[in-house]
Design a protein around this ligand. Structure first.
Ligand code: SF4
Length: 307
């Protein structure tokens, strides 16, 4: 698998980095500061160090560390399932979950957009072509604004998210990055894709299946932590971007993508939100997606004319 995760131009690669406990040498680190922190996972605790350079960084510079932390938590949760006699049934060739709605924080949307634009031209154009087709389909099918029998303002966040997920599932839209039943951006895939694991037959994940999959309940969702971090720093409210709209949404929010903070502020905010989220056990709270936050038409026209 070719890696696009660190190739993009003007990259601030490594400005914020995650290290497993004991692998960062505080004494020899050159011009880097570091914060040690623990993530409590029920019956176990994982220890990490987050290091950062003494310079400014973008929200998207948090994403490599977030991905690594997410992988560590997912691996620990999978091991915990194995220890309890369960088997993770997800694997290469199964793509039943790739027809569901995948949402990104603004940080992740900015990063994935950069990574797509770092790809060889043919691959990039092919992905953007698929994203244009998916986006056209999405904007032609209006997001439901009201829940049946309920005022939007009274609907619980969970009910509203279920309603949106059902709307998206009914679009029968495969992920634009799914090729031959495999994820073609596996090394840069979204955090929510990393966090989805089941212990039941994968066929239960099919949107049309009457069976309910048993989804592994993670003690903390780094996808949500990154979304809250982005909200906290940018002053937004549970903003999420639908994956196929990533490039067009980023085009419309170019100035936000370039905004910088001291790397220390980004690292400290991220760690603080990990601790708060872990203490509240809010891994299941889901972002509200407002299609109105993403008026994709102008960018869609631009993309159609240029790719
Ligand atoms: S990004 Fe990859 S894993 Fe995630 S939905 Fe798309 S194809 Fe599936």
């Amino acid at each position: 698998m070719e890696s696009y995760a660190s190739k993009f131009e003007g990259s601030n690669e490594g400005v914020i980095a995650l290290h497993k406990s004991g692998t960062f040498n505080h004494n020899t680190a050159d011009h880097r500061n570091a914060i040690d922190f623990d993530v409590e996972l029920g019956n176990q605790s994982l220890s990490f160090t987050m290091s950062y350079a003494d310079r400014y960084a973008k929200l998207s510079d948090l994403v490599p560390a977030a991905r690594q932390l997410c992988n560590e938590i997912v691996d620990a949760a999978a091991q915990n399932e194995t220890d309890q006699g369960q088997k993770i049934k997800c694997g290469k060739g199964c793509s039943n979950c790739c027809n569901y709605l995948v949402s990104l924080s603004s940080a992740e949307a900015f990063r994935i957009n950069d990574e797509i634009f770092a790809m060889p031209v043919q691959k990039r154009h092919s992905f953007i072509h698929s994203m244009v087709n998916s986006t056209r389909h999405i904007i032609n099918n209006t997001l439901p604004q009201e829940l049946p029998g309920d005022e939007p303002s009274l609907a619980s966040e969970e009910d509203r998210m279920l309603n949106i997920s059902a709307w998206y599932g009914n679009l029968s839209l495969s992920c634009p990055f799914l090729i031959d039943r495999s994820c073609s951006i596996y090394d840069i895939r979204p955090l929510v894709c990393r966090e989805h694991m089941v212990t039941t037959n994968p066929s239960a994940c099919n949107f049309t299946s009457p069976a309910m999959p048993r989804i592994v309940d993670l003690p903390i969702s780094i996808a949500n932590v990154l979304m809250y971090t982005s909200d906290q720093l940018e002053g937004t409210m549970q903003e999420a971007v639908i994956l196929p709209l990533t490039t067009f949404w980023t085009e419309e929010n170019r100035d936000r993508a370039k905004r910088t903070w001291p790397a220390e502020t980004l690292a400290r905010t991220f760690i603080e939100i990990i601790q708060i989220t872990a203490s509240l056990n809010t891994s299941n709270s889901l972002p509200i997606i407002e299609q109105s936050q993403c008026s994709t038409q102008p960018s869609l026209e631009y993309a159609e004319n240029n790719y």
